[in-house]
Design a protein around this ligand. Sequence first.
Ligand code: IMP
Length: 481
Amino acid sequence: MNSFLDIHKRVYGKKTQTVKLIRHVWKPSGKRVNSIAVTGGALGDEGKGRVTDEVTAEFLEKYPKVIHYRDNGGANAGHTIEIGDKRLALHQLGSGVTQKGCTTILGKEMVLHPEDLVTEILEVKHFIGRKTLPATVYIDEMACLALDTHRAFESVLKKRTSGGKGSTGRGIGPAYADVLYRHPLRMRDLMKRDWKDKVRLHYGLYRDWTRGLGGNLSKEEVPRLGGKPVVVGSEEAFISTLEKPRKILAEYVCSLYDVVDRSWNSTVPMVFEKAQALGLDKRWGVYPDITASDCSFDGIYSSTEGIVDPSRIAVKAGTIKATYTSSVGSRKMPSQMDEPLAHRIREDAYEYGATTKRPRDICYIDLPHLSYLSRVGGLEYIVMTHLDISYPDVPVKVCVGYTYGNKKVGYRPDQEYLDHVTPEYIELPPWDGSKIHDISDFYDLPKEARLYVQFIAESLHVIPLMLTTGPKRHQSIKMYV
Ligand code: IMP
């Protein structure tokens, strides 16, 4: 018998709820106290930013200082946080940036776009109505640059191969490829007196590569945060657009090895906020919809040069949307949701990309997929967001297995394989999501929702850490005391 069905039978067959609140979550034995790392447990946009923002706020109620560390990705990420009635989409900055007492670090293995980063800093200042950022921001001088040249090259490449299809167009793949080709431009290069020489070499290379693919670098249009696309321009024009951001960013750029070392070897709370999600990782995602950075907790180890051992982080959590999965890209998941319901969810949960505004595809909860990601990503805890997306008249449909021919099979990150599997579903009792927004105690949730949380968590071999019941900061249920 299918193991998810066994778990289903066990959970739904019990007369009483068996989920227990977690004690001492920030002080488990043998681990580094007050530390949490959060990554996407599915295909991205599951609300990691919201979770790390909330946990940071919670730590700041008890401690004067929190360190926030982001190790991967760049302007491709879109982390939305809501404060009051206002929504803020963060891309390169960490979610703790609006909080006083937080030090937010953009780590060594990020790829940063200087002009967009400056725009984002201004957007945050405007959002909070202040001239200075509440948080202290540090940018690792070793972080690499993802420039307009990378965006232009990615766009030209996209016309030639399927490789760039589905990308956010933020030049992330080419920027990480520069590292493998051994010629990355780093933040510190931009800070040096001779910065123009390196940038010139870089421009020349991308001009020739782009020309080789039939493009014209100076005339390519690239997206810009909060504005219209711009052309890359001539070598001189490209250099001059970097002039202002390099001066503005200089106050944030420094060597961070000692800061991270001191912080990790203390008890100051540390929040590691990953970008993207395990299902977008190049090893675990479906081509071509994968991103170039390490979306697993291992990336924290390499970005901090081995200072932070992820196995010692107290809480390693993945976020998923409770009752569905959403994504953009050209992959075709077997568990694609039928349109009328997908449309309803897309509108109710505003399922449009935070970076690109593209409508997202909606899938049923797919346990073979999610349990694969939970296993390869080493998840120990789960945060289930959007628990309010459940309609009293629509059963929650969950994929509990795939068959290939007559054989029961699991998920594998291979589109050709996934095209041939047939999903098997069960339907679970729904609850009225519109009535749970203000519930803050797990045991006040309708029984159907409680059983559902337990079933999904047990199926993924993880412990529920937090549930969210609406977009506002207070609309969440903590599963720990
Ligand atoms: P790239 O990171 O721009 O190269 O995009 C590669 C793939 O990852 C595409 O399918 C993107 O839609 C997806 N992607 C990248 N960043 C995010 C994110 O923050 N949320 C969701 N999808 C993302």
